[in-house]
Design a protein around this ligand. Structure first.
Ligand SMILES: Nc1nc2c(ncn2[C@@H]2O[C@H](COP(=O)(O)OP(=O)(O)OP(=O)(O)O)[C@@H](O)[C@H]2O)c(=O)[nH]1
Ligand SMILES: [Mg+2]
Length: 213
């Protein structure tokens, strides 16, 4: 059977590549990279694991767990990146400053970064960190797609209402280029939409249905 979306096959075969404590430890800045950003505990690692059908990224009940830039290889030119959680109060200040510097250097300087997936806990959307990231994405012309995570924590109706409200706020404040959807890791909700976004950014959208020349 042919996979409808080739990104699925790549995600299923993804492997851990390396952890970088600093920008100069990142893999060569070539090809296509998509980074998963969000406030600490928003569900970045869980979303990444659900999309890759593997337990590649470490998840934790303790916010602030991901403290390195973790790279996952999809193929020779494509990577996903789990970014460290941002804004966790209990992380010591020097470590916070260290991460802020390196995250900013990564986001600002990474040529191969094709898009940013921003995770927001559906029960606490639009934190100060999220607003900063939205501003940054618009100012730098970086494509952004938002996952409202932990949608399983609300009834479907309440989740849908939150989606519509946050979507309207974002359109008003940041324009309609930024897309948004519901997501749940345990329920595996929202996978198809997320794959479509990844495939588009990684220029894989049409290859699966191409007829050979
Ligand atoms: N119910 C539910 N829980 C989730 C979901 N996604 C994540 N969680 C839980 O939320 C907690 C944090 O998830 P992580 O994926 O580790 O969050 P993170 O954003 O990577 O956190 P840091 O790396 O610390 O910044 C864990 O206990 C997860 O099991 C979801 O969709 N539904
Ligand atoms: Mg994490």
């Amino acid at each position: 059977m042919q996979l409808k979306n080739p990104i699925l096959g790549l995600c299923q075969q993804s492997t851990f590549m390396l952890s970088a404590a600093k920008v100069d430890q990142c893999p060569d800045d070539e090809g296509f990279e998509v980074a998963f950003a969000g406030r600490s505990n928003a569900g970045k690692s869980s979303a990444l694991n659900t999309l890759t059908h593997a337990s590649l990224a470490r998840t934790s009940k303790t916010p602030g767990r991901t403290q390195l830039l973790n790279f996952f290889k999809l193929d020779d030119e494509r990577r996903l990146v789990d970014l460290p959680g941002y804004g966790y109060a209990k992380v010591p200040i020097p470590l916070k400053l260290h991460w802020q510097r390196h995250l900013e250097a990564y986001l600002g300087g990474r040529e191969s970064l094709k898009g940013l997936i921003l995770m927001m806990d559906i029960r606490h959307p639009m934190t100060d960190f999220d607003l900063l990231m939205l501003d940054w994405a618009v100012a730098s012309g970086m494509p952004m797609h938002i996952l409202l995570t932990k949608a399983d924590k609300l009834t479907y109706g309440a989740a849908k209402n939150t989606l519509l409200k946050v979507q309207a706020d974002i359109r008003r404040g940041w324009g309609d280029a930024i897309t948004i959807q519901l997501f749940s890791a345990p329920k595996r909700m929202g996978l198809e939409d997320a794959y479509t976004v990844l495939a588009g950014w990684m220029e894989l959208a049409d290859k699966g249905t191409e007829t050979p020349a």
